[in-house]
Design a protein around this ligand. Sequence first.
Ligand SMILES: *Cc1c(COP(=O)(O)O)cnc(C)c1O
Length: 465
Amino acid sequence: MTMITNHMPTAELQALDAAHHMHPFTHGNQLSAKGARIITRAKGVTLTDSEGHEILDGMGGLWCVNIGYGRKELADVAARQMMELPFYNTFFQTSHVPAIALSAKLAELAPEGFNHVFYAGSGSEANDTNLRMVRTYWAQLGEPERNVVISRKNAYHGSSVGSGSLGGMSGIHAQGGLPIPNIYHIDQPHWYAEGGDSDPEAFGLERARQLEAKIEELGAHRVAAFIAEPVQGAGGVIIPPDSYWPEIQRICDKYGILLIADEVICGFGRTGNWFGSQTYDIRPDIMTIAKGLSSGYAPIGGSLVSDRVAKVINACEFNHGYTYSGHPVSCAVALENLRILEEEKIIERVAHDTGPYLQEKWNSLAEHPMVGETRIIGMMGSLALTPHKASRAKFASEPGTAGYICRERCFANNLVMRHVGDRMIISPPLVISKSEIDTLIERAWISLDQAEKQIRDEGLMKAAA
Ligand SMILES: *Cc1c(COP(=O)(O)O)cnc(C)c1O
């Protein structure tokens, strides 16, 4: 048996990694100079690295390990499925039990009117599917000129050509000729950073109404769909004002355009409901799913498709699909993950027990002198670092300088907390216990203190003009 052992010294692993492994969203040479942190094991909410450090994973991997690490049930299901049927495709009029069972289960869990699933291997692939599906929908209805999708700046929908274009990340658009044509981006509902002196609810309405203005500008007959995350994740856990989503829904309804809710992070319990759309009372036509669908134990994504859309798409041959659409091992693992989420009442705990506890503790970090605001819903939270609380000032240094210092302090204190610019974000496994939440908050506070000192010492505690 080929074994990947953990017995090689860290420095040797780092050298091999640097020599041969190109990392996503990473400056290769900078990482090579420093050496990657190598994670060797994980259990519950705790990672172990190759030096034996035990690290609290405040990010649930990449927003995905909802049920926590080390659940043997998922490994057993995967092993059994690999022996029974490791692969078969779902093209050409064939199917298999794991894809059938998962589809039926998802239809049961999803809001009313969602009875169909199109599978992909990831969230990016699923959003590529969505782009083609909404355009095909309108073409089938005799309106092929309706091919524009409206999205938002600083949205994250993946990094493939289609999904990276749907997203609104300037760093992604700067490389490889994105966005592709007929995708437009309106401003995000990010009151703290962009709301100035306005009232947050008025600001939420104003940002939502940009959708209407854009539809009018382009011509309603050209607009196929609007896509958005219920809560922006990778953009910095940006929780919109309460006024935002009802107004977006009103506008989508008024013009009859399709609404795609990208639930890749919000789905499967993150906001305290099965879907973020339920938390915000959104009535989407398509929901993108991935990440928490399998808790990251196996790669799988997909589109939950409403009856409205499925009826039209099913009336033609949709020339689209991936070799691993409905991969049997991934489907079996996802199904077992959903069983655990449901039977162990993990989402109920996020809504009524550990979630509110985390929210209270997280919001206590707002008392820290360098924290301008805290925001949290369910188990996704963020805080803004600032050199001057009262004015919500940004740092004069390059955006992300303070955030990076804080993140490095967190790592040194055995806490994974990510930074997006100068915002710190968390998205822990949904099974995190109250005592683990206490540890998370203690480590976050210590890290903020140390980061504040370092930022002062380096002369960076200066507000941007
Ligand atoms: C992560 C993410 C994606 C992309 O999913 P991948 O599996 O990384 O391709 C899409 N949308 C959102 C909201 C995400 O957070």
